[in-house]
Write a protein that binds this ligand. Structure first.
Ligand SMILES: *Cc1c(COP(=O)(O)O)cnc(C)c1O
Length: 353
């Protein structure tokens, strides 16, 4: 605790957040904006927090998460970063973009998570962009084996080290400190200030819950700031029963990283898996409707894997909440994913009202 002229300065509610190394890539606050035409269609009040507009290589939530990983990598003197993720991972594309911007090498391990993926799925969207951005891409066959994927990535790092490189591995499986989630602790502070400035009286945030870094970071940040704003995670990867304990663990780990008491109570963890079926990266009717509605009512692009499922959840929440509630859809990006689903998007475009 700092002292000045005998006065005690209160500890920062976000603990060590602002003292951690961070590569500043997200720039000024992303827009928080109303969605009036979509609100009318949903029968409730909807706004969007536009993290899809964060300023590098098509943006998205991973920009905020990567600020802390790249901050750590630079602090260690790394010259190459490594990451593992699904084929069509936005995380991998943005790692390649940021590595390019900072002058670092980049190795990506692409995991096969979506069954029956075709040539478009493997060769367009993020997969195409990460090659353009200069990354070396490796393939990993088993998409649901997180420990195995981490081990394979570490083997690539060992090889680089033997060649005299200084690799930094971005770990994504459980059992590692969720450094990236700190990006959404910062975002919680940014969003809280925007909610106040806009005079939104009864906000309720809808956010994709995949690894849970975004959801847990935002929730922990809001609660640490003393904000009771409800946050509903829309499951995009696994059912709510499996996601809930993961999320609770993430929140505790984030609080430990911040060196604060865990401010998240069990009842704070809200999840819905109504929009997950038939599974990760697979479309369903409400998701297809959300893609068409966002595009045709607001000129806003959403992707089939994450943001359209989350928007389907947000639309449902807005339509079923009290009239004074404002549902804030956290738009986490994913735009290049649209091109990997070109045949499905073409069908939606032809059949949407
Ligand atoms: C990764 C990702 C998510 C999920 O975020 P988590 O922090 O992994 O839960 C949501 N939307 C988009 C576009 C993503 O790329």
């Amino acid at each position: 605790m700092r002292q000045s002229e005998g006065m005690t300065i209160a500890p920062d509610p976000l603990g060590t957040l602002d003292r951690r190394p961070r590569a500043d890539l997200s720039g000024p606050p992303s827009p928080l904006e109303p969605l009036p035409r979509l609100s009318a269609a949903a029968g409730g009040r909807l706004w969007a927090k536009r993290d899809d507009l964060l300023p590098i290589a098509m943006g998205g939530n991973k920009v905020r998460q990567l600020e802390f990983y790249f901050g750590a990598a630079l602090a260690e003197g790394a010259d190459t970063v490594l990451i593992t993720g699904a084929v069509q991972s936005n995380y991998c594309r943005l790692t390649a973009a940021i590595a390019a911007k900072l002058g670092l090498g980049c190795h990506i391990q692409a995991e096969e998570r979506v069954p029956d993926a075709d040539a478009t799925y493997r060769g367009s969207g993020n997969m195409l962009l990460q090659r353009l951005l200069g990354a070396t891409v490796h393939s990993y066959p088993e998409g649901e084996d997180e420990a195995g994927a981490d081990a394979a990535l570490n083997a690539i790092a060992e090889g680089l080290r033997a060649e005299g490189r200084r690799p930094y591995v971005i770990p994504l499986g459980p059992g590692h400190a969720p450094l990236g989630a700190l990006g959404y602790v910062r975002a919680a502070r940014e969003l809280a200030a925007q909610i106040d400035a806009a005079g939104i009286a009864a906000p309720h945030v809808a956010v994709a819950s995949g690894s849970g870094a975004t959801h847990a970071g935002l929730l922990t940040g809001l609660r640490a700031l003393g904000r009771a704003i409800p946050v509903t995670g829309v499951c995009v990867r696994r059912p709510a029963v499996a996601q809930a304990p993961r999320l609770a663990a993430r929140c505790a780990e984030i609080a430990a990283l911040l060196e604060i008491d865990n401010p998240v109570a069990e009842g704070d963890i809200r999840l819905t898996d109504r929009f997950l079926a038939p599974g990760y990266g697979r479309l369903n009717l409400p998701t297809e409707r959300a893609i068409a509605l966002a595009a045709r009512q607001e000129g806003m692009l959403t992707d089939p894997v994450y943001t359209a499922k989350t928007l389907a959840g947000a639309i449902n929440l807005a339509g079923t909440s009290s009239p004074e509630t404002t549902v804030i859809f956290l738009h986490t990006g994913g735009t290049p994913g649209l091109f990997a689903y070109a045949p499905e998007i073409a069908r939606i475009a032809e059949t949407a009202p």
